[in-house]
Design a protein around this ligand. Structure first.
Ligand SMILES: C[S@@+](CC[C@H](N)C(=O)[O-])C[C@H]1O[C@@H](n2cnc3c(N)ncnc32)[C@H](O)[C@@H]1O
Length: 307
């Protein structure tokens, strides 16, 4: 059971269901990314991006390949999904034209065009399945695709050192212990993010799971930690579940049944209000879309900046 929303083969958006059987809709750019750059140009270009709850890595790989990101780190608490994400990265790299896999150039652009997407799918999927993946080129500085994308198995609670019953040793990010300070000066593997480390942090359809498992108290702790990890002009993207989706998840996951009743911060606008109390303001919004029967066809997204 996907207790944390850790679905295998998650598509993220109704539009991706249109793909024709390739792993994770590999030849289709996640439509949420196109909508985001349409309202916030440069959201990913030359940026350090963190994708929290990256699942099979489709979004992180799209950003690293198509949107000219300086770096993308995808974290997810499910190690199997992180294995899939690493494999998807290698798969997508193996489909680039030979000129790109030689390490000399990349196909990255600030906003993908039909041409760049076609070029990124140069080798047919069948040829990769038959002949296997292409080894990565030597590392360069700065790293280019695929080395600008990394994945790590990590629970956001631990990663951001959030206080939680499951993480009793966690403490305030603003007052690091000597142990934390020592870690901050070391090269990082999966330790806590440094202050001002990221330009763009994505929380796509993940906050509900943290909220349900850890209750209302996690929200101010999490938003404060995000505020610290974000650069001054940085952006946090929230794709929020409507309240009915919380109730649905609580019905499906036995351990969450009691928890949902304890939640007071209900609905996207109230979650955003908590973010506002932690120093964020809304800089852009992509509206939720519902069909004639009132079912959500596309979740709304909110882009936050530091006030
Ligand atoms: C519904 S999926 C969304 C995937 C992806 N962000 C997207 O929108 O395409 C939620 C993901 O968040 C991950 N997740 C849930 N709680 C998490 C946590 N505390 N730390 C890290 N990842 C978490 C799950 O494993 C799952 O892959």
């Amino acid at each position: 059971m996907a207790t944390y929303g850790n679905y295998q083969g998650y598509q993220g958006s109704a539009a991706r269901h249109a793909h024709s059987g390739s792993p994770h809709g590999a030849h289709i750019i996640d439509p949420r990314l196109m909508e985001l750059v349409a309202c916030v140009p440069g959201l990913f270009s030359e940026k350090r991006v963190l994708d929290v709850g990256c699942n099979h890595g489709g979004v992180a790989v799209d950003i690293g390949l198509h949107f000219n990101a300086e770096s993308v780190l995808g974290i997810d608490l499910d190690p199997t999904l992180i294995q899939h994400a690493k494999s998807h990265l290698s798969f997508q790299y193996s489909r680039l034209p030979p000129s790109d896999t030689a390490g000399a150039t990349t196909t990255t652009t600030t906003t993908p065009t039909t041409e760049s997407v076609r070029s990124a799918n140069y080798f047919p999927i069948s040829s990769i399945l038959t002949h296997g993946h292409i080894p990565y080129p030597a590392a360069t500085t700065p790293p280019t695709f695929p080395r600008n994308v990394t994945f790590s198995t990590s629970d956001a609670i631990t990663f951001f050192h959030l206080p939680s019953p499951t993480n009793p040793d966690a403490m305030d990010l603003d007052t690091p212990s000597p142990h934390q300070r020592k870690k901050q000066s070391q090269p990082r593997e999966t330790e806590q993010p440094r202050e001002n480390e990221f330009d763009t942090i994505l929380l796509l359809s993940v906050l509900k799971w943290l909220h349900l498992h850890h209750g209302d108290a996690i929200l101010p702790a999490f938003f404060s930690a995000l505020h610290t990890a974000l650069r001054p002009q940085g952006r946090v993207v929230l794709e929020l579940h409507p309240w009915e989706s919380y109730e649905k998840a609580a019905k499906k996951v036995p351990g969450l049944r009691g928890r949902v009743g304890e939640i007071q911060v209900r609905g996207g606008e109230n979650v955003v209000r908590v973010a506002g109390e932690c120093g964020f303001e809304v800089v852009a919004e992509v509206e939720e879309k519902r069909d004639g029967k009132g079912r959500v066809r596309r979740r709304g997204m909110v882009v936050l900046g530091k006030r």
